[in-house]
Structure formats: C-alpha cells, structure tokens
Design a protein around this ligand. Structure first.
Ligand code: ZN
Length: 65
C-alpha cells in the first residue's frame, strides 16, 4: 500500500522534499512556488504576462512605474 501523496510532497530534483499545496511552478525555472507568490503574479499579470514566476525569476521583470 502506497501511503505517499503526490499532491502534497514534491521532489525539487535535488533530493529535497517540500510540502506544497497546489503545486504551482515557476514558468521560467520550474521551482514550486508558494500560493502567495502565485497570487502576487496574478495580481501583476501585466508585469509577468499572466505567468507564475518564483521570486528569483521575478527580478527579471522590473515593475512598470
Ligand atoms: Zn523561477
């Protein structure tokens, strides 16, 4: 019997496991992002083109002033 849940544990490719809810990933580097990051990106969809980016990749999209 497999007790692992794929929905709440995600391998990040380096052996680490992260608890996530939703499993949204950065459109640029593929890292799993927090739901607050996703919400931030959706609130600034003009800045990020409607995609979800992690905080590191967001630095490549300067805020429109
Ligand atoms: Zn990223």
């Amino acid at each position: 019997m497999d007790t692992r849940k794929h929905s709440d544990v995600v391998e990040d490719g380096r052996g680490r496991k992260m608890g996530v809810s939703g499993g949204r990933r950065c459109a640029a580097c593929g890292v799993v992002v927090h739901w607050r990051i996703e919400k931030f990106c959706l609130q600034h969809r003009q800045q990020f083109g409607g995609h979800i980016y992690c905080m590191r990749c967001q630095a490549a999209f300067p805020a429109a002033s």
